[in-house]
Structures are given as structure tokens and as C-alpha cells.
Design a protein around this ligand. Structure first.
Ligand code: ZN
Length: 376
């Protein structure tokens, strides 16, 4: 038996791998941080033998409740990620799987690799609709990519979408892939119409260093980027620094920041009710956006989500709040589950890469619904 996480977005430490029925593993902390929950590793073993893997530091991870009613994903071909039987006893998270091939991958969610990220960027830049902008470099020396979609023009509205500030939330980049597929489809009427009056600014991966390092929540030096939007710095959070500067140059009329939530088995949006500038226009637009999504997909709901901030109580270091306040615009954090959509569960796959991509495509219809009224 051999277990390794020595690859893109790998994360596991082997404590004991002497017998198949009592493998002990631990998840590594994000560098210079206490956060951990993302895992991704490969196991070689005996075909036909059940392997029982105990993650022994589960209860002190960032979101212990995330392990309740959660099943890990596994893959033999690195494309299809299926759920495997798991249990959580309040201390240890246990994965059980009987090997069907010599080697299998396990992960917290279907990984979105750095290679695929670059494929996405370079696929998109082939489109005549797209300008690929290099914003700057991360602390590990990776490139921060921005896709500008549509012909920039002062008269057009600016729609910004960022994903994966928290790198372990790989569903966020699957979402962006689905959204871009629709936006760059020249036979999609809503996309064509949107691009007449709007320009999209899309950052498919806000945190490439954390993604490659196998982090849950932080960048190369342990910074939670979604707490940096009041005062980002080149030392701690160049990713946010570059994106916020670019936003300042273009302006923002609508902002979506795409995430995954460890605990809640639902898709939902968190609005900006707590920012000082929040008024009836924000409220009306937010309602229209949510009602459109409710009408077109059972994957969205509004009953479950985060507590709404009282006016003036918003945390202005959080991206969606900071951008809403700075640009007086409609702004959401969109959350997808690591677990499943409990309103429409799928035992075999749970919430998945494909469902994330479909939601990304569907959200474009909600953008279409509000796009004509963003500044009314
Ligand atoms: Zn997040």
C-alpha cells in the first residue's frame, strides 16, 4: 500500500498505513495558518480489498460540522468523481472503499487543477469576445488572470465575477467554467444580448497559490483573501490588491463572488444588507435576481443561508460587502455545498462539478433579468 499527496492540490499526511483496515491520516494545515479541511490524495492497494481510512484530526478542522452527513469523492479516471461511504463520530472522519483498480484518488470535492485552470484561460482567450489580461503575480510567482468579455466601452455596465478566493472551494471554478461556456457561446441569445450593453470581468481563480498548495482557505502566506478587501497589500494579499485596483479602473455595476460552504447542504446567496449604502434599489434588484433563479432551477433556494446583517453591521473586509459599498452596486456571495443539495439529493455524486457548471450557466439568466435595471 502507498499513499501520496505529492501533486497539484494534494493534501494529506500519512500517520500509519500498515494495515488496510486501519489507515490513519491527517490533513495538513494551510501554510502559516490554522485552517485545514481540504484533502486530496492517491492510494495504491490491493484490488478487491476494503480500505478503511481514518482522518484523525477531523474534529479540529476549520468546520467540524462539515463532516456530518458528508461523503468524500473518489475517482479512478480523474474525471468522474463519485461519493464513497463515510462516517463521522464527532472526532474522526472515516472513508471506506474497496479498490476496483490498482490506484484511486480521494478528495474533499472534485478538484479543479491548475492545468485545467490554464486550459480554461487559454481556451477563453481564443474567443474574439475575450481579452486576457495579466493583472500581476502571486507570492509564489503564479499569474493572476482576468478575462474581459465584450467590447469595453464607458457606456456599458461592468459585471465582475470572482471565484475561489478560498482555494479548497473548487466548485467555484467549475461554476465559472459553466458560466463562461454560456457567455462565449455565440448562439446563446441571452449571452449575446447581455454583451451588447455589458462587459464581464471574470477572475476564474483568485487564489492559484492556495489551490496548488492544497489549502482550504488561504494563500501562500496564510492570508484569508476574503478578509482583505478593506486594505489589501502586496505583501499579504497581492491577489486582492490587483483585482481591487482593476475594479477601481473599470467601476462595478454588479458583482458575484463565488464560494463553497462546508456546512449547509444548499445553494444560496448572501447579500449585502449590512452595508451602509444598502437601499431600496439594492433590495429590489436582489429580490429580482433571487426570484429569477428560483423560477429557473430547483438547485437554488432562499430558505437556508447565512444570517442577514443589520444595516451598518456588515464586515467591510469581505469582498461582496466591500465592493457593494465602494461601488454602490448589487453584490452577492454565492455559496454551493460540499455535501449535496438536500432539496434534490444525488446519492451517487452529491453536489458535483457538472451541477456547479450548470448553476454557473443558469446564473447568467438571473444576471440577464436584472441587467437592464442595475442603475435605475
Ligand atoms: Zn469561501
Amino acid at each position: 500500500m502507498f499513499i501520496t499527496a505529492n501533486f497539484d492540490s494534494g493534501n494529506i499526511e500519512v500517520i500509519n498505513a500498515e494495515s488496510e483496515d486501519a489507515i490513519e491520516l491527517q490533513i495538513r494545515r494551510d501554510n502559516q495558518s490554522d485552517f485545514y479541511q481540504w484533502f486530496h490524495f492517491k492510494l495504491y492497494g490491493e484490488i478487491g480489498t476494503e480500505h478503511v481510512m481514518h482522518i484523525t484530526n477531523a474534529s479540529t478542522s476549520a468546520y467540524p460540522d462539515g463532516w456530518k452527513d458528508y461523503s468524500a469523492v473518489a475517482s479512478y479516471d480523474r474525471e468522474t468523481w463519485f461519493r464513497v461511504p463515510c462516517e463521522y463520530d464527532g472526532k474522526t472522519f472515516t472513508i471506506r472503499h474497496t479498490l476496483e483498480q490498482e490506484s484511486v484518488y480521494f478528495a474533499y470535492f472534485a478538484p479543479y487543477s491548475y492545468e485545467r485552470h490554464q486550459d480554461l484561460i487559454h481556451w477563453a482567450q481564443q474567443s474574439s469576445l475575450v481579452e486576457h489580461v495579466l493583472l500581476g503575480q502571486t507570492l509564489d510567482g503564479r499569474d493572476m488572470n482576468l478575462l474581459v468579455i465584450g467590447e469595453p466601452d464607458d457606456s456599458k455596465q461592468k459585471i465582475w465575477v470572482t471565484a475561489r478566493q478560498h482555494p479548497g472551494e473548487s466548485m467555484a471554478e467549475w461554476f465559472v467554467e459553466g458560466m463562461l461556456g454560456r457567455l462565449l457561446d455565440d448562439e446563446d441569445g441571452a449571452a449575446r444580448k447581455l454583451l451588447q450593453n455589458n462587459v464581464f470581468y471574470v477572475v476564474p481563480n483568485m487564489n492559484p497559490d492556495g489551490s496548488v498548495r492544497g489549502h482550504l482557505r488561504t494563500n501562500a502566506v496564510g492570508t484569508n483573501l476574503n478578509r482583505e478587501w478593506a486594505a489589501p497589500s502586496l505583501e499579504k494579499s497581492p491577489e486582492v490588491y490587483y483585482v481591487l485596483n482593476a475594479m477601481q479602473e473599470t467601476g462595478v455595476d454588479l458583482y458575484l463572488d463565488i464560494h463553497g460552504d462546508e456546512n449547509l447542504p444548499y445553494n444560496f446567496v448572501a447579500g449585502c444588507e449590512g452595508v451602509p449604502c444598502y437601499d431600496e434599489r439594492h433590495e429590489r434588484l436582489a429580490t429580482q435576481f433571487k426570484e429569477t433563479l428560483l423560477a429557473i432551477t430547483p438547485e437554488f433556494q432562499v430558505e437556508q443561508g447565512y444570517e442577514v446583517d443589520a444595516k451598518g453591521e456588515a464586515n467591510l473586509t469581505v469582498a461582496s460587502n466591500a465592493v457593494a459599498e465602494r461601488f454602490d452596486c448589487l453584490s452577492f456571495t454565492l455559496e454551493m455545498p460540499f455535501k449535496d443539495n438536500a432539496n434534490l439529493p444525488d446519492e451517487d455524486f452529491g453536489w458535483s462539478a457538472n451541477r456547479s457548471a450548470q448553476l454557473g450557466a443558469d446564473v447568467l439568466s438571473a444576471v440577464y433579468a436584472v441587467a437592464n435595471n442595475l442603475r435605475d
